[in-house]
Design a protein around this ligand. Structure first.
Ligand SMILES: Nc1ncnc2c1ncn2[C@@H]1O[C@H](COP(=O)(O)OP(=O)(O)OP(=O)(O)O)[C@@H](O)[C@H]1O
Ligand SMILES: [Mg+2]
Length: 256
C-alpha cells in the first residue's frame, strides 16, 4: 500500500507519574486520510498517549510531531493554532447540558470566528446533516438517545472543519447497531471529507470496520504496530488472542 503523508509521529515517548512509569518508549506514526486505532486493555496507557499528543501533558522523554510541528519546539501561539485545527471527541461526548444541541455546536464558532448568527446557524445545520441528525437543533442533550448524543458530539468535534480528528472511545456504551452506524459514519467522514483520525477503542467489531492502522498497547508498551491486515496475520500470541476473543464475543452478541 502506498503510504499517505505522515501526520503524526510519536517517537520513544516515555512518561512517569508519581514514580510509576506509565509509558515505555511508545513509537508509531499516523498517516493522512487513514484511521489509526490505538487499542489495548484498560490501563494500558491509551488515553495517556492521546493526552500527550493533545499537549495536555509535558513531554518528559521522547518526541511528538503533529502536522510537521515538533510539540517540544513550538511556541505557545503556534500551539494554539495547531490545536485549533484538531477536532477532539471526548469519551463522554463533552456537550453542555444547559445548552441546546444547536447552541453547543455553535459555541466554538462564536468563540473562534467572526461569523454572524445566521451563518453560524447554517454551518451547525450542515454539520448535523452530515451526521444524519435532523430536528434536534433546539433539543437539549438530555432529550437525545445515546447514539444521537454521540453523533451530535461528533458533529461538534468537526464544527471547525478539522483535517485531523481524535476520538477516545467514541462507541463506549452503545448497543451493537448504534455502534455499527457510528463506525460507518466515521469511515464515511474519512472517505468523503478526507479527515484523518486517531481513534481509541478496544471493541474488536469496531476495529475490524474502521481501522487502517493499529497501535497495540500493553502496559505502556507498543506490542504491535502495523496495518489491520498485518495485525490479523500477526504471529504475536497477545495480538492473536485479542482478535480471537473479540471476534468470538462479537459473533455471540450478533447471534443472540
Ligand atoms: N496523571 C496521572 N497520574 C498518575 N497516574 C496516571 C495519570 N494518568 C494515567 N495514569 C495511570 O496510567 C495508566 C494508564 O492510564 P490510561 O488512562 O492511559 O489508560 P487507558 O488505556 O486509557 O485505560 P481505559 O481503557 O480504562 O481508558 C493507569 O494505570 C493510570 O492509573
Ligand atoms: Mg482511556
Amino acid at each position: 500500500m502506498e503510504k499517505n503523508p505522515c501526520i503524526i509521529e510519536v517517537n520513544d515517548l516515555s512518561a512517569t507519574f508519581e514514580e510509576r512509569q506509565i509509558l515505555h518508549k511508545v513509537a508509531f506514526r499516523a498517516f493522512e486520510q487513514e484511521i489509526t486505532v490505538i487499542l489495548g486493555a484498560s490501563g494500558s496507557g491509551k488515553t495517556t498517549v492521546l493526552k500527550h499528543i493533545l499537549g495536555l501533558y509535558n513531554i518528559q522523554e521522547g518526541y511528538i510531531s503533529i502536522l510537521g510541528k515538533n510539540l517540544s519546539m513550538i511556541t505557545e501561539s503556534e500551539q494554539k493554532k495547531l490545536y485549533k485545527a484538531i477536532g477532539v471527541f471526548y469519551q463522554n461526548g463533552g456537550l453542555l447540558n444547559s445548552l441546546t444541541i444547536g447552541e453547543n455546536l455553535g459555541l466554538p464558532l462564536e468563540q473562534h470566528t467572526d461569523l454572524d448568527d445566521e451563518m453560524i446557524r447554517s454551518i451547525v445545520m450542515l454539520k448535523l446533516n452530515l451526521v444524519n441528525l435532523v430536528n434536534v437543533y433546539d433539543h437539549y442533550p438530555s432529550q437525545l438517545s445515546g447514539g444521537m448524543l454521540k453523533r451530535a458530539a461528533l458533529a461538534r468535534a468537526m464544527i471547525m472543519d478539522p483535517p485531523l480528528l481524535f476520538c477516545d472511545e467514541p462507541g463506549a456504551g452503545l448497543d451493537p447497531v448504534s455502534l455499527a452506524s457510528l463506525d460507518s459514519l466515521l469511515v464515511n467522514l474519512k472517505l468523503q471529507l478526507g479527515i484523518s483520525m486517531v481513534i481509541i477503542t478496544h471493541q474488536v467489531s469496531s476495529i475490524l470496520r474502521i481501522a487502517d492502522r493499529i497501535v497495540f498497547l500493553e502496559e505502556g508498551r507498543v506490542i504491535f504496530y502495523g496495518t489491520l491486515s498485518e495485525a490479523l496475520d500477526s504471529g504475536d500470541p497477545d495480538v492473536r488472542d485479542f482478535f480471537n476473543k473479540g471476534m468470538r464475543g462479537y459473533d455471540s452478541s450478533k447471534n443472540s
